[in-house]
Design a protein around this ligand. Sequence first.
Ligand SMILES: *Cc1c(COP(=O)(O)O)cnc(C)c1O
Length: 376
Amino acid sequence: MSVLFENYGKRRAQIVKGQGTIVEDSTGKQYLDFTSGIAVVSLGHAHPAVVQALQEQSQKLWHISNLFEIPGQEKVAEKLIANTHFSHAFFCNSGAEANEAAIKLARKHTGKHHIITFEKSFHGRTFGAMSATGQGKVHNGFGPLVEKFSILPFNDAATLEATVDDSVAAIMLEMIQGEGGVNSVSAEFAAAIAKVCEEQGVLLIVDEVQTGIGRTGTRYAFEQTVLKPHIVTLAKGLGGGFPVGAMLGTAELHATFSPGTHGTTFGGNPLAMNVAQAVLNHVFEPDFLQQVREISAYFVAQLRAHLSSSYTVQGQGLLLGIGCGDTEVAPYIAAAEESGLLLVGAGPTVIRLLPPLTVTKEEIDKAVAILKNILP
Ligand SMILES: *Cc1c(COP(=O)(O)O)cnc(C)c1O
């Protein structure tokens, strides 16, 4: 009998330790972790630089609060905005919190409250982020939701153009819908969003909680599109397993938040900042990102070569999906776990592949061999 609320369906394996892509359960059985704790453990488990960053800071100062300046925040912010069009950062503890900050910033800056989001999106579980999320199953039983989000069909430029008027504060979306099925923004849709934002003076919020920090082969996924968001939100991969979130914004938004307008007790604490610096020191190196793109191309080629052509290979970088048509993937994910490969779904019919960004070709070969065995 568990004394926990049963809001998670529990997996069979009880994982007790990890190193790189490999994790071990309480019986000593090893698995290839192609979930990375849902796109979090970007440098793999127990990466020495990340462990060292946490250990070193843990002996100096864990927490002081945002009443005081935290030098690590300036350093991480500078790394996040270097060679981008962003000028400022705000730190928090999770993806949902980063999105709450973004929604509040967009409302306060524009003086408007109408925000456009999209079907099958996922933005988090807090009230604002949940209301922005385009999935009924996330809303069920929790209403009334926060006003006023219009949830439009994804990749439908005509509906977007017909809907956006001068009541709209912002458009908010993921470059690749992670939880919703590994669905990428099409080039045409990106162009339509850029045009609508420009013409109507609408803010663009890109939720890169899952796609950001190298996951798609560039620092941010929007860099591979024509879009230049006013606000980007980050979390999952940024702390390599340590909880941390961030919001980046352009210079025009800087004056909107002043002391007392928005805050957090834990956000950007010295432990989180030292770990995030260690993660970014690796992930934001051009050679590292190049390696992610190469290993991604290899992975996609292996999947296409070994899986039946009835499966679709979706996504980008190391946020990939295997679309299984109308077939539910839960049994495949359970079978993979039996065979030593940890996977996670993206919606009911897509298998999501999220190995650490440090995954090797040999590990990919092993994972593909298991997938080939499991998928009919
Ligand atoms: C996971 C996720 C969130 C929510 O992040 P939490 O840290 O769980 O609050 C928000 N947006 C996207 C795109 C995500 O993948």
